[in-house]
Design a protein around this ligand. Structure first.
Ligand SMILES: [Zn+2]
Ligand SMILES: [Zn+2]
Ligand SMILES: [Zn+2]
Ligand SMILES: [Zn+2]
Length: 158
């Protein structure tokens, strides 16, 4: 007997056969063009079981389910400063995304005014004022008072 849909007979997650009994007991879920054991229909990102909550098909891994929260994270990048999902307009700085109010100067911790910033060799973000002070200090050993005490670069882990 030929099986027209061989791939649909196996759970997409564990690759085990889905039995007749599984199907009768409601232990099999058919979705996104595949079949899954109920227990194995889990979010591709956070592993939460999505068989009884709403989920979407992952954009990053088509054919895999993701819970709604993770779907939001896939479609909205995270702020690399506070790690929260960017639902409003994101700001792109040196290949990373930020909330506007999260783009802060590494030296003085102030929010970069008008989202203007400079980046040093370590990928750290500075407001233009602090950046130039820092560059001058590093290049020429100029000191600008006691308020600036960034640790030496050699001690910084990444
Ligand atoms: Zn399975
Ligand atoms: Zn999830
Ligand atoms: Zn943020
Ligand atoms: Zn600053």
């Amino acid at each position: 007997m030929t099986n027209r849909f061989p791939s649909l007979r196996h759970c997409d997650s564990c690759k085990e056969k889905i039995t007749h009994v599984d199907a009768i007991r409601g232990n099999a879920i058919y979705t996104i063009g595949r079949i899954w054991h109920k227990a194995h229909l889990v979010c591709n990102r956070c592993n939460i079981n999505v068989s009884e909550i709403s989920f979407r098909e992952s954009k990053m891994n088509p054919g895999k389910p993701v819970c709604v929260d993770c779907f939001m994270m896939e479609t909205h990048p995270k702020c690399s400063a506070c790690n929260k999902t960017l639902l409003e307009t994101a700001l792109m700085a040196c290949g990373r995304y930020f909330h506007k109010e999260c783009l802060k100067c590494h030296a003085c911790s102030a929010v970069c005014r008008d989202s203007r910033y400079m980046v040093d060799n370590f990928g750290r973000i500075y407001d233009p004022d602090c950046y130039y002070v820092r560059v001058l200090r590093m290049r020429y050993g100029v000191h600008f008072g006691p308020s600036m005490h960034p640790p030496p670069d050699s001690e910084l882990g990444r």
